[in-house]
Write a protein that binds this ligand. Structure first.
Ligand code: SAM
Length: 219
């Protein structure tokens, strides 16, 4: 059993609090440890978590899976960008210099074809629309942005999937979380038709919801 990072002194009115979805991502990376260690044994990978929130997932990967990666984390929420650095510093002070965090939309400020390991626990809850980015750092609607994913809860996730071939390096891998209402089986079929190998790494109940984590690599 790998250790779970401690998230301390974060303001959960402004940053997504680690929840079952976050913990399923930790389970996913525990399961994928050997695969990722083998994949990156001869090089230093670039690792990007989109939407770090508290930073629990990025910190877990740094602490337990990839100790010598280049971590470029992103979130639209500036409070999350600060939180990931605090969580890394608290749990892995000697490796904290490996992690940078930048406020951006998805991976928009990262050069194409550079990311070797992409992680995204998106706003996946179906809603009438994806909220606007708040005008102020203090705005309470940051948490809506963490959750609400527009039609089928898939508006934000599709932006990543439709651009995945440009986001990932030539042998990059992406792990993306879905709820059942996102129709992950149909998403997987469509991505396979586009030339991706898609595997279900996690499929578990979370209350009344079923969450899945899919792994995408080029065929
Ligand atoms: C469900 S939370 C996940 C937080 C964290 N990764 C975890 O698993 O606990 C989704 C995160 O994505 C961020 N987010 C939403 N839309 C985004 C976008 N367009 N670009 C970057 N981050 C985004 C939110 O601010 C939030 O921190």
């Amino acid at each position: 059993m790998l250790s779970t990072p401690i998230t301390k002194n974060l303001d959960y009115d402004k940053v997504y609090e680690p929840s079952e979805d976050s913990f399923y991502l930790l389970d996913c990376f525990e399961e994928e440890k050997e695969y990722l260690e083998a994949k990156f044994k001869d090089r230093v990978p670039v690792i990007t978590e989109i939407g770090t929130g508290s930073g629990i997932v990025t910190t877990f990967i740094l602490q337990n899976i990839v100790h010598d990666g280049i971590y470029i984390s992103t979130d639209v929420n500036p409070n999350a960008c600060k939180s990931v650095l605090e969580t890394v510093q608290y749990n892995c002070p000697t490796a904290a210099h490996l992690v940078d965090s930048t406020q951006m939309d998805l991976t928009s400020a990262i050069r194409q074809h550079t990311i070797d390991l992409l992680v995204f626990n998106p706003p996946y809850v179906p809603a009438s629309e994806v909220p606007e980015i708040p005008a102020s750092d203090e705005d309470a609607t940051w948490l809506d942005l963490a959750l609400l994913g527009g039609e089928d809860g898939m508006i934000v996730t599709w932006k990543v999937l439709n651009n995945l071939e440009h986001i990932l390096s030539s042998d990059g891998v992406a792990y993306i979380l879905f709820c059942a209402r996102n129709k992950p089986d149909s998403v997987a079929d469509l991505m396979r038709q586009r030339g991706w190998n898609v595997d279900v790494i996690i499929n578990k109940k979370a209350g009344w919801e079923v969450l899945s984590i899919l792994r995408f690599v080029r065929s």
